[in-house]
Design a protein around this ligand. Structure first.
Ligand SMILES: [Zn+2]
Length: 301
């Protein structure tokens, strides 16, 4: 009988994805299914969609659910209140998601936020495989991150380890929706880069177009990219000076920009790192959209 113990669920704002990972070939799904989240229909609906997806996986695979399932969520489970917080799927906030799911599904749940699942998957079976300490970065519509040490997610006392997006960036002062100001998310997130381009007189275009224009030699777009390089270097050096990870993997739409992996960016990072040289590997992810659901499955043992 095949061991089908690693089941993962990636709960997103618009879709829920479920996978049974092949234990003999990590990074390959034996079964992979999805359902709509239907977040506008409320909390109970989302829970029933997850339960339905687990039943779908049982039907597809012909085996019953394992005693423990991993789930990645938008937002973080607060270790004190045991309710979810900081989720952009707002109907989940303040809800005891883990306990409710364990009750409904009749199995144990291992839960982590989506940035931590990304970091875990890329650290174990992705770009950072073999590295002891990995900082997984999400640079997308928001900025988040997760820390993996020797194959395990470091959750932190408040469940916020790796959440660097709302650290203040030196010299920045623009107000952030979180109530603070000068947050690095307000500089490095995709929408922030697009906004900066517009503020400098550019068109209202999306980030991939700005990248394309920079590659084509447009001065304004090049300015956006140079600023991204310098600000990213400042922001990531804060992490390197504290955590000194073996590898950094950059996910999210902004992480697709080749400039972040160029030697010039490494030189910019080195200017801020408290060391004479820099051996930290700065890596592009290799698991793509699968990192979330595989990371969730990897939460199980
Ligand atoms: Zn903020």
């Amino acid at each position: 009988m095949q061991n089908l113990s690693q089941w993962g669920i990636d709960l997103g704002g618009t879709k829920i994805e479920g996978a049974i990972m092949d234990p003999s070939s990590p990074g390959r799904a034996l079964y992979r299914l999805r359902r709509e989240t239907g977040a506008d229909l409320g909390y109970d609906h989302i829970l029933s969609q997850i339960a339905g997806l687990i039943s779908d996986l049982e039907s597809a695979s012909g085996v019953s659910r394992p005693p423990k399932i991993g789930i990645g969520t938008p937002g973080t489970l607060d270790p004190t209140t045991e309710t979810l917080k900081n989720s952009n799927t707002t109907c989940l906030n303040g809800r005891p998601v883990l306990k409710d799911l364990e009750r409904i599904l009749g199995c144990e749940i291992a839960m982590a936020n989506d940035a931590n699942c990304f970091a875990l998957a890329e650290a174990l079976i992705g770009a950072g495989a073999g590295a002891g300490v990995v900082f997984g970065v999400i640079l997308g519509t928001g900025v988040g991150g997760g820390v993996v040490v020797n194959g395990r997610v470091l959750p932190g006392l408040h469940g916020i380890a790796g959440e660097w997006g709302h650290n203040p960036l030196p010299g920045e002062s623009r107000p952030c929706y979180c109530g603070r100001s000068g947050c690095l998310e307000g500089v490095l997130a995709g929408p922030s880069l697009e906004k900066f381009y517009r503020e400098q007189g550019g068109d209202a275009v999306r980030l991939p177009e700005i990248v394309r224009r920079a590659q084509a030699g447009e001065e304004l777009a090049i300015q956006v990219m140079v600023r991204l390089r310098e600000k990213f270097a400042e922001a990531i050096s804060l992490v390197i000076n504290i955590l000194d990870p073996d590898a950094i993997v950059i996910g999210g739409g902004v992480g697709n920009i080749p400039l972040l992996y160029e030697e010039q960016t490494r030189v910019a990072v080195m200017r801020h790192v408290f060391n004479r040289d820099l051996h930290t590997r700065i890596l592009s992810p290799i698991l793509g959209d699968s990192a979330g659901v595989f990371g969730a499955a990897l939460l199980v043992g």
